[in-house]
Each structure stands twice: as C-alpha cells, then as structure tokens.
Design a protein around this ligand. Structure first.
Ligand SMILES: CC(=O)CC(=O)SCCNC(=O)CCNC(=O)[C@H](O)C(C)(C)COP(=O)(O)OP(=O)(O)OC[C@H]1O[C@@H](n2cnc3c(N)ncnc32)[C@H](O)[C@@H]1OP(=O)(O)O
Ligand SMILES: NC(=O)C1=CN([C@@H]2O[C@H](COP(=O)(O)OP(=O)(O)OC[C@H]3O[C@@H](n4cnc5c(N)ncnc54)[C@H](OP(=O)(O)O)[C@@H]3O)[C@@H](O)[C@H]2O)C=CC1
Length: 291
C-alpha cells in the first residue's frame, strides 16, 4: 500500500515537527488539534523552522513554499479520516489517545493505518481498542523532529507485516533511520533516557548539585548536547512524568519511581519551555535556573 496522505493529530511540538518533515518529503498532510491556538502556533512554528532551513540552504525557497501548501490545519477530527496513515501525537495520556481513536474510527477508510507517536504507552493496548489492531503500530519520532535522525517503530502484538513495511518506507522517504523496538514500557530510547533524567531530578532534589552544576556536568563531563534538566524542560516535564509513571506501573520496579520534585513541578504547571518555566525560567532574555 502506498501512503500519500498523512493525518497528524495533536499540533504541539511533536505534531508540528511531524507535519513539517512529512510535507518536506512530499506527503499531503492534514493536522488536527482541539484548539485553534495550538493549530495557529503549529503553523507559525512550521513556517519559522522551514524558513530557518531555507536560510541555511538545507531546502530551497520553492520547496519551503510547496511544503507549506501541502499542510492543511483542521479542528474537525473527521477530516483525518480520508488519509492513508494517521500519526497521533496528542498529550501523553492513555485516556486521551483512546478517545481520539474511538472518535476517529467511524470516519476512517478501511485501508488507513493508525499509529501513535506515544513515548511510552502500550501499543498493543491502544490497538486493542480499535477495529484494526493489525494495522496499528508505534511511530515514535524524537524531538526536534526536523533534526533528529531516529524513528522508533514499534509493533503491537497483532501488527501485520504490510503495516510495518508501509511505515518503514515512510521513514526511508523522510531520510531518517528506523529502529525496531518491542512493545514494552517506553520502548528503547525512553527506557534508557528517562531514568537518567529522573535521576538528574533526584540529584537536584537531594542537593547533590544545582540545576546549573548538574547540567554543566553532563554537558562537559559526558558530552551530552543538552544537560538532563535542560532536556527535561525541552521534552516537557508533564511528558517526562507520564513516561516515568508508565515505566513504574508497567515494570513494577521501584527504580522507576518518579522523583517527587518532578511531580511538584508538574503540579505547579511548570512544564518546561512550553509554559516558559520548568527547571529554568525562560521568561527573560536568557534562561535562569529555578533552583
Ligand atoms: C521524549 C521522547 O519520547 C523522545 C525524545 O525525543 S527524547 C529527546 C531527544 N532529543 C535530544 O536528546 C536533543 C538533544 N539536543 C540536541 O541534540 C541539540 O541541543 C539540538 C539539536 C536540539 C540543538 O542543537 P544546537 O547546536 O544547540 O542548536 P542549533 O545550532 O540552533 O541547531 C542545530 C541544527 O538544528 C537545526 N534545528 C534546531 N532546532 C530545529 C527545529 N525545531 N526545526 C528545524 N531545525 C532545527 C538548526 O537549524 C541547526 O541546523 P544547522 O546544523 O544546519 O545549522
Ligand atoms: N516532547 C517530546 O520530546 C516528545 C513527545 N512525544 C510524544 O508525542 C506526543 C505529543 O507530545 P508533545 O508534542 O510534546 O506535547 P504537547 O503538549 O506539545 O502537544 C500536545 C497537543 O495535543 C493536543 N491535544 C490534547 N488532546 C487532544 C485531542 N483530543 N485531539 C487533538 N489534540 C489534542 C494538545 O492540546 P491542549 O494543549 O489544548 O491540551 C496539544 O496541543 C505525546 O504522546 C508525547 O509522549 C514523542 C517524542 C518526543
């Protein structure tokens, strides 16, 4: 089956990045969100990021305009039904994702492949609530989508080979690299990365280091491009906490216990860059550590 038209649900930082790379690769894209502000924000982020790529000679001005013209934003979920491949990239909460797939189902074409960009949630469980578990899988991009090379592809227990091959072909057309991961909590990247981030928050919580010293240590001492707390803010602290909870619940091991300080930041609504405050305060000219 050839994928030509792609539906993206959720126009947050991941949804806009996914729409961006799909449109540059020549796919027609319909992007949906529940609020107009998110859709407007996504379209302006895509425009800004495409312009940055054009100014650095990565794409031509003509390709930039053609990519923008291929993206249709919509508040109406049924508009996603006429696509060949759906990538759900809404908030990392299972009830939200389940409700989306349930609402979408009556509008889908029989051949449409459903995927989720979830960072951690069971693909098998999400698939089991749809009418097409064999045409359902995990399609997990990394942030920022236009820059990061990897896409994790996760088969649920029922995913068929045709579905996997169709998704693999899309990843190849994007010029990215697919890694196949089994369907266990948080798959590969987040199974390894998120406990490190959580440990960095414990290091802060226990007073072993400050925000600045923890981030500087991992940047200069381990050559990470971003410190773990800066990266947590970049990912979103709500998403980090949700992933830790999936690991903790799914693997029933206390080593995945979310740090209480991470919970406190999320309770405060300090979710990182997307709310202008997290382990750093982004409201001024330069980020200022909050601890
Ligand atoms: C939570 C999950 O489920 C899974 C995950 O995603 S985990 C998170 C994975 N991501 C990471 O670990 C990211 C770690 N950080 C990094 O790799 C780097 O800090 C970074 C790539 C984000 C930025 O790199 P930098 O060198 O500090 O910044 P900068 O020079 O501005 O950007 C590097 C390049 O990326 C491009 N870029 C950065 N953000 C971009 C965006 N949103 N869109 C398009 N291009 C972008 C820049 O244009 C620049 O391109 P050139 O090389 O052509 O100049
Ligand atoms: N952040 C990251 O680094 C990565 C995240 N992911 C995964 O991608 C997904 C999205 O994450 P991210 O983009 O960071 O999150 P964001 O919070 O930036 O965006 C989520 C978007 O989904 C919208 N949304 C909520 N409910 C619905 C709905 N019912 N229908 C349509 N849209 C809805 C939200 O709207 P509103 O704000 O109004 O609630 C928001 O605009 C999550 O599953 C996450 O785990 C995967 C890889 C990396």
């Amino acid at each position: 089956m050839e994928v030509k038209k792609i539906g993206v649900i959720g126009a947050g930082q991941m949804g806009n990045g996914i729409a961006h790379v799909m449109a540059v690769a020549g796919y027609d894209v319909v992007i949906n969100d529940v609020n107009q502000t998110a859709l407007d924000g996504a379209m302006s982020a895509i425009q800004k990021n495409l312009a940055r790529q054009a100014s650095r000679g990565k794409i031509s001005e003509e390709d930039m305009n053609a990519a923008l013209a291929r993206i249709t934003p919509t508040l109406a979920l049924p508009d996603i039904g006429a696509t060949d491949l759906v990538i759900e990239a809404a908030t990392e909460r299972e009830t939200i994702k389940q409700a989306i797939f349930e609402d979408l189902q009556p509008h889908l074409q029989p051949h449409t492949i459903l995927t989720s960009n979830t960072s951690s949630i069971s693909i098998t469980r999400l698939a089991s609530r749809t009418d097409r578990p064999e045409r359902f899988m995990g399609f997990h991009f990394m942030n920022p989508v236009p820059v990061m090379q990897l896409v994790e592809l996760i088969r649920g227990i029922a995913t068929d080979e045709e579905t996997f091959t169709a998704c693999q072909t899309v990843v190849e057309r994007l010029g990215k690299t697919a890694a196949s991961a089994e369907d266990f909590p948080a798959f590969i990247v987040n199974r390894i990365l998120m406990p490190m981030i959580n440990e960095a928050v414990y290091t802060l919580y226990e007073g072993v280091g400050s925000v600045k010293s923890i981030d500087e240590s991992m940047k200069l001492g381990a050559n990470h491009p971003m410190g773990p707390l800066e990266l947590a803010d970049f990912i979103g602290l709500d998403t980090c906490l949700a992933i830790m909870n999936v690991l903790h619940d799914g693997l029933a091991d206390t080593k995945y216990r979310p740090c209480p300080l991470l919970t406190k930041y999320v309770e405060a609504g300090w979710l990182g860059r997307k709310t202008q405050r997290g382990f750093y305060d982004y409201r001024g000219e330069t980020p200022v550590p909050t601890r």
